[in-house]
Design a protein. Sequence first.
Length: 439
Amino acid sequence: MKRLHFLSVAACLALVTSGCGGGAVSQSVAGGGAGSEKTAYLTKTCTDYQPTVGVTDDTIKIGYSGALGGPFATVGVGLWGMLGYFDMVNAEGGIAGADGKKRKVEVVYKDDQYQVATTKANVQKLVDDDKVFALLGIVGSSANQAIRPIVNNGCVPDLFATAGAPELGDPGYPWAMNGPVSVYSGEGLTYANYLKKHSPNATVAIMSQHDDYGKAEVGSFKDGIDGSQVKIAKEVTFETTDADLSGQVTTLAATKADVIIVIALGAQMLQAINLVSGHTEWKPQIIAAPISVAQLSQLNPGAGDGLLTGSSINVDDPALASDPKVALFRKWVQPQFDKNNVKLPVSAGVGGWNMAALFAQSVTNAAAVTRADVMDAAHNLKPDLSKIIFVEGLTLETTPDDPYLVEGMVIGKWDAKAKTLSTVDTIDLNGQVKFKSYK
């Protein structure tokens, strides 16, 4: 475990392992219903509501758990973007609250190697021992579902998770919330809406991870095409441990489907796209679950040309160097990447930067700097788009009845030669993605 203290500009750059001294925390208020009438929908879940744990007059402490080492280290790299944003905020004096005070952010972070049991143990320690005010950007859909009893019973905000599981919108667990990523069920509905609009008679082959991620995307896609002329020719799944996906591609190629939807992550996504692109007798339109330009650039030469995926701002693009938001991001995040020896493009930190910006806005918008009020502010959020790096075209907002921040997708078409994504359509499903579990 490493702990970062942001108590001065100089301290922003120092890694220390000792505890944070000074500042009292509130006394426990036992039982549900301890919040205001406005936040009663939140505090009714509490068994031990401690509204201002982790908050002093000049600091606010948050916790993070993600893979910082091992084979899945790339999924935790958003932490460095988060820390870069808080470096900037702390250099400006901290986050302003409704009480007129500015509080610098202290982040306690732990490595979980992308193991659910470790995440759960880490979060228990963050809440019980480190006394964090809130959790931010916790990595993994399964991990966030595993910690829901902890955050729900203790009324600890689990904000802007690095996860797209629709279960994080379950009204029975109001203390967990997806981050600035499209919810999986929204992605499936987006694919369905795109095909109904552009290829209404398409036959579709589907290749998906055999887990909650794949189930949510496939299930919502089926919901979306129900009653249309879009038909599924065949579905195949794979395990995240499978080293060779050629068998699945061969099976789908036999269908001669017009479209293949690939729902995969990391190296498996790249392998699937390479295999489909290299097939000599089958040239379907590839629709890939959201994948970054940095990852697409690792495809075999010419592979994936013309594929469709979620578009995003590529802060590594030299053409954007003069963009004020991109320049600010690079100024504060690149030092974190350098200091922590991160060997990925700095664009990998965008998600963490956005999560930190959304957290800061939630604290500023809250009626008071308490757990329930900040969580309520997150549930009534219309983000200041000048503070986050996000492709234009989608309505970003949350309400207590619709906690999904991102619903829909700006769809980009990949140019393998130029290594760019150009926007071909924007499908905004704001308010249309309802909670449904596809387990």
